[in-house]
Design a protein around this ligand. Structure first.
Ligand code: ATP
Ligand code: ZN
Length: 306
């Protein structure tokens, strides 16, 4: 008999008296490509240890009831809809292009890119009406069609599977719709970006009909993901403040509740500890120095649970 199939390897050893079968959550991530490394890194930062199984289809975590399936990113929404995987990490672009019955649970903060329309640099582009009656080459026909419908433009959408950027140069299309990060690929192909139709990042998707046990595991994973994300957007800051300006300095630092203030050995000075958001970071640092803060230390935060 194939005991592997009927006996879960986790967590019986961790809980020998309990005979109930605890389910394992199945996650699909990209096998190789732009999302693979960051997806593995996120799981690791969530404290989940996974043996490197890139050459395998499937592997499992040693310290969390999780099975990891390595798939092409385009296939992930379908596998999650079918329940082969319960959840997946995949680009929003793929989720909306494939339009499967999956729920987007959380944005993951990596794999950021934009899907844009580009035309030849020599063209005079005076708005979306330029695209009326034109042929647009893309690997994302559904998203492009949706954009054209919203704008009330009739364009011929020509689906191709790769090297989209060469289509205008070889006379296959008047315009393209593709991913842009730095714009250098467009530039090298004599193109210019004229419209952004979607800003995308990696998201956590789930099958909408999961058991309570699986939902609990997702909640547990999500709790960790949120703590990791939060820590990336925040920095721990320590500084020395002259007591005369303490009030002003504290008012610049919100902290998680309020800043920690400790007396320094040198009288008339205090040490102030707080947490700063990345977005307002430089602004606040400038104001702190102007208010007399000294010896400012900024430290990355590994996890942040509020
Ligand atoms: P697969 O073999 O899994 O089908 P792929 O070639 O379709 O891989 P990648 O190029 O690895 O896909 O991109 C995967 C995802 O990474 C994209 O769908 C998108 O969400 C995201 N991404 C991030 N930056 C970029 C970029 N500069 N260009 C294209 N995609 C990007
Ligand atoms: Zn793909």
């Amino acid at each position: 008999m194939d005991y592997e199939k009927i006996l879960p390897s986790y967590p019986l050893s961790a809980n020998p008296q309990n005979s109930t079968i605890v389910e394992r959550l199945k996650i699909a991530i990209q096998k190789s490509g732009r999302l693979h490394d960051d997806s593995m890194k996120l799981l690791k930062e969530c404290g989940i240890e996974i043996s490197n199984g890139v050459n395998k289809l499937k592997t499992e975590a040693s310290n969390f009831p999780l099975e990891v399936y390595f798939l092409r990113d385009d296939d992930i929404p379908q596998y999650v809809e079918d329940g082969v995987a319960d959840i997946g990490f995949v680009g929003e672009n793929v989720v909306y292009e494939k339009n499967k019955k999956v729920e987007v649970v959380e944005q993951l903060g990596y794999g950021k890119c934009r899907l844009s329309i580009a035309v030849s640099r020599s063209e005079v582009y005076d708005g979306v009406s330029y695209l009326e009656g034109k042929r647009i080459a893309t690997t994302y026909p559904v998203l492009v069609q949706k954009f054209m419908d919203e704008k009330g433009i009739n364009a011929e959408i020509h689906e191709i599977s790769g090297s989209v950027e060469i289509a205008p140069g070889i006379g296959l299309a008047h315009a393209i719709c593709d991913f842009v990060s730095s714009g250098s690929t467009l530039f090298m192909n004599g193109l210019k970006e004229v419209e952004t139709i979607l800003s995308s990042q990696a998201v956590l998707i789930k099958n909408p009909n999961l058991s309570n046990d699986k939902q609990q595991l997702i909640d547990k994973l999500l709790f960790r993901i949120k703590a990791v994300k939060k820590s990336k957007n925040n920095k721990y800051i320590l500084l020395n403040a002259p007591n005369d300006n303490l009030k002003e300095i504290i008012s610049l630092l919100p902290g998680m509740k309020s800043p920690t203030v400790l007396p320094l050995a040198e009288s008339g000075w205090s040490s102030v500890h707080s947490v700063l958001n990345e977005n307002e970071f430089w602004d606040i640092i400038e104001k702190l120095t102007a208010a007399g803060a000294q010896g400012i230390l900024v430290i990355p935060i590994e996890k942040m649970i509020i």
